[in-house]
Design a protein around this ligand. Sequence first.
Ligand code: XMP
Length: 632
Amino acid sequence: MSAPAGKKIAVLDFGGQYAHLIASRVRRLGAYTEIVSPADLDRDTARREYAGLIYSGGPASVYEPGAPHSRPELLECEVPILGICYGHQLIMLQAGGAVEAAEGREYGPARLKLSAGVGVFAGEDLERHPVVWMSHGDEVARLPAGFSAVASTEDCRYAAVADPERRIYGIQFHPEVKDSERGDEYLKNFIAICGLSGSWNLDDFLEAETARIRAQVGDSKVFLLISGGVDSTVAFALLARCLPHDHLLGLFVDTGFMRENEGVEVERALRELGVRLITADASDQYFARLAGVYDPEEKRKRIGELFLEVQAQETAKLGLNDADWRLGQGTIYPDTIESGATKHSHRIKTHHNRVPAIEALIAAGKVVEPLRDLYKDEVRRLGRLLGLPSEIVERHPFPGPGLAVRLLCLEKPLADTPDSVAMQNALERGEIAGDADAARIQDALARAHLGFRVLPLLSVGVQGDQRSYARCGALFAEDLTRIDWDFYFDIARRIPNRYRLLNRTLLNVARKSSGPLAALEIVARTPVDLSPARTALLRRADHIVHTFQREAGIYDEIWQFPTVLAPAGLAGSDGESIILRPIISIDAMTASVYRMRPEQLNELAPRLLALDGVDLVFYDLTSKPPGTIEWE
Ligand code: XMP
């Protein structure tokens, strides 16, 4: 897919997940985008090919040796330029300003104070102070000649700058994430400045992608692996539109990590599409392959590889000739980006669709991924365009490896370090001599009568585009029925900002212990792996949560609701913890936590606590960033 010269915007990829998110967001707002490697773009090409340039965010520091830079001459290309976060800082540096490390790193929401409604802020109400999403450790310290400040936040003097004459704009926050309230408006204004308003849409994508798939597949046939989620279903429907009936075959592999009744429901839904589908029950093979495996990356790798083996077994059984067949996958953009597929992005985790064996097939041109350039919200809209019913396209996303990535495993208790012991002493016992930030946190905990424990668990997070694998902390209240979300979210944000060894904060919402908080002791269960018994327990819990959302009428308010089984329980018992992770998102790149009504939570939590083997129930209070949506 492409657009003619002068009808598209180049997004210069300085790494991180944000380059692609910007590109997709701008497309959705009506202008075609192309991802471009910064060093490759010269001034003449920029002027000839593009109507605008966007410099993306990225994980490096602009002044660090080896940090990716674009050519300074680009600033003279005479097409409008928008710099975002890292891109903004690079423009400031190249234009003659100064960038330095900020006093405190800034992650999460901030209020934007505009001083002028011009450029990308044209028509904005100066009194509004919208929320914007920040994620940076450096900041602009001095503006170059020609630029003036147009917005600030409490912690950032140059949150937005402009040189109206050259039509160069810089913003420190991320307009492309949905948590930036007016982000779409700012991007739309930039598109208008480029003269591309309303020049591209998803119908065009569908036509172009249909032609591309037909050209790629030719006379061969496609064998699609189906996980049961929205992505593979839409991919299947799209392939069904592109290929003759007998050139497409779906394989639904039951890995044993499906949700309750999922296998049956998926089969029914797909057969209704009128496509050919076979089912393979491979759960015994999966459990055998995953016994004694604790590392999350190793789990994903084995699941991905076994998926291919099962496919090979089934292909052999069906007598399909390998040379004629290609492998279809419902991979979408975030999966590709988060496996570090772009040049500068750091690897956050390997997606199961991107394990080495699959990479080899991709390199050989044997894999068809019709949704690989789309984000979740685009996949849903495409599904509707293809005529799929809304119960299918609106289904919450469910990861390919299924419940396996929601069953945390642990081989042995985590080792303490001097830093982790100091953090624990500060947060659990208030030993905070001479530390003003920690004192403020302690004070807030004490005033709200909250206890705090650092849990003996690790989970994945993403802090400033960097993968983090850190511990989580939990708030414990005496009175579990009183829920003050504003307070909890505020403290949940402050704790990981202050203690970098933590990337999540949870709220305990039920526990099988009636003693005083001071006596509460939480220990790791080890060793625990992906056993059929634990999987059955999580499946039960997940089903309770799923049914509850439907009963309470909140399913459509929630974007995704992972329910996690984690090997931490009360001392003297052998139970574990259930963690509830309901989030709101548009594209999975960022997420905020869903606020369940207290009376609903007070109904749901006891149902989970009633399960045999569950000691504690938690609610995850962490936005993305700093936590990821899934726990590993
Ligand atoms: P994270 O946890 O990275 O998740 O914030 C972003 C989105 O991706 C889904 N996810 C996966 N999907 N295979 C998948 O098919 C995976 O290994 C995987 N890991 C995360 C997650 O459910 C969320 O929607």
